[in-house]
Design a protein around this ligand. Sequence first.
Ligand SMILES: Cc1ncc(COP(=O)(O)O)c(C=O)c1O
Length: 411
Amino acid sequence: MLHNENLTAERPTFVTHLECAYTGEHYPADAVHNLSRAGKPLLVRYDLEGVRKALSKEALARRPADLWRYRELLPVRRTRDIVSLGEVVTPLVPLPKLAAPGGELIVKDEGRLPTGSFKARGLVMAVSMAKALGITHMAMPTNGNAGAALAAYASSAGIKTTIFCPEDTPEVNVSEIALQGATVYRVNGLIDDCGKIVGEGKAKVGWFDVSTLKEPYRIEGKKTMGLELAEQLGWDVPDVILYPTGGGTGLIGMWKAFAELEAIGFIGKKRPRMVAVQAAGCAPMVRAYEAGEEHAPRWENAHTIASGIRVPQAVGDFLILRAVRESGGFAIAVDDDAITAALAEAARVEGFLMCPEGAATYAAYKQGLADGRIRRDERAVLFNCATGLKYPLPPIHRTLDRHKPIDFAAL
Ligand SMILES: Cc1ncc(COP(=O)(O)O)c(C=O)c1O
């Protein structure tokens, strides 16, 4: 079936209201929102009993393979507001040679999505809702991939975008953001410094702030990672999920997805242990997890080659920590050398080129096996959140002069 045929059907949705993730205070659906009055993220709530009656696994199985198949659990009410660039169901790729003997190691490869990263999931939802709500100018701080996805979807929707990234953001990200129609600035600071500029622009000239978890719909898009994963595993969940955690939208979103799937009767009580993987040079969640804290203060002098997870402070910190603890999981830091080695090993041994953030999850898997927090016989899922091709790769200097005799036996 052509992808776009899926977009012609009207979409019943079951959104009832939004809710402050901290205080539980209710907010009306179908209105423009950022954070709650308590300064915390808003979560979208659904009539799950209604969804349970309206949706069967069999009906779902007949729908096209894209994230819009979960429309009853998504916030977009009208088909005409959907801004699609061809979102696909991302494959589960087994890595049998890297798995512990007797265990299973699977990568959910998010690099196959439009703009080459899982940020497409969140931004397709945020931009579709922005279109529905009549927003005309969106602004965002980004480590690269989110800005690229925002630029692409917003340009497609005819919405203006202004984007700020740290000055050392990978070149390809800055270029793709600009080419896809956004005005992008490199800022001499980190992502939270960029976020402050967006906040000021919101106050002074009325930009709509699309920062991670500061608008309610990116998480609904990211939630589809959990919906997809459970469906792909035959309505089961893995033992462990290792997720490269910056702002944490994906981890929080998947945790919400599993609760909603249980409420509509699609899965049982079993939950994966959620493992928040961070870089040793920027590990605020690991520090807070180990200290037993509910919130994670800013990590000073943050640095790592895994730029997507270089997030010194996250507004959804308590939600990340809550999901990790409720699931019986943990937060773990891996250093840049371990990330580089993991990336090279997965590429060489399995032919799978991960992004550095994805490679961090493989490094964490190995560390978890070594310290006993992951058992060898378990089924573990890693999230490779972007294509490895978006990142600078090591240069190769080997050449061959075709005009000289070639010693084939030595090649
Ligand atoms: C490739 C990659 N992995 C992981 C992350 C972290 O995602 P989250 O904000 O959901 O924690 C990002 C965010 O920029 C990213 O680009």
